[in-house]
Write a protein that binds this ligand. Structure first.
Ligand code: GDP
Ligand code: MG
Length: 163
């Protein structure tokens, strides 16, 4: 199966919420507790007549910060291997965290298309706060609200051009 889109990022940024929106059915477990999505979830979607599979990469049970970060790195590397396109989700409420920087450092070297989605931009005021994510060195980003759907159409338009 080609056309695989993987959603990566640290826990609690809204990966599963975005996944659920993309596949239009509730499949992944969304919870406010970090790392609650323990499995990888696969779903199917289409946009502008293009079909694709979506992988929601989960956070895992948290032992220590070290294990935790190692787990994220593993998830990201697995996703890079498996996917054709990567959606890197970050959270405008929290801003840039060290773990975001670590993931960005991995993704900067990847040859596949990487879309950075600044999530939780629920209103226009938060557009301004999103600017700091330029500092991750991944270039342009898309602002989205996975909860209300804002910006997700534009993200999918751009993504579908790479499918
Ligand atoms: P994951 O750990 O990255 O899969 O994140 P989840 O999808 O489980 O979401 C973590 C928390 O962020 C949940 O409480 C969601 O309701 C919340 N969340 C997700 N997307 C948005 C959004 O666009 N706006 C706001 N305000 N909250 C969001
Ligand atoms: Mg999740």
């Amino acid at each position: 199966m080609s056309n695989i889109v993987a959603i990566v990022g640290r826990p609690n940024v809204g990966k599963s919420t975005l996944f659920n929106r993309l596949i239009k059915q509730r499949q992944a477990i969304v919870d406010s507790v970090s790392g609650v999505t323990r499995d990888r979830h696969y779903g199917k979607s289409d946009w502008n007549g293009k079909e694709f599979s979506v992988i929601d990469t989960g956070g895992y049970a948290i032992g220590s910060d070290d294990i935790f970060e190692g787990e994220i790195r593993k998830q990201v590397e697995l996703a890079i291997d498996e996917a054709d396109i990567i959606v890197f989700v970050v959270d405008v409420e929290e801003g840039i965290t060290p773990m975001d920087t670590e993931v960005a450092n991995i993704l900067r070297k990847v040859k596949k298309p990487v879309f950075m989605a600044v999530n939780k931009v629920d209103n226009a005021m938060r557009e301004n706060d999103a600017v700091e994510f330029y500092n991750l060195g991944l270039g342009e980003y898309h602002t989205i609200s996975s909860i209300n759907g804002g910006g997700t159409g534009e993200l999918l338009d751009a993504l579908a051009l790479k499918l």
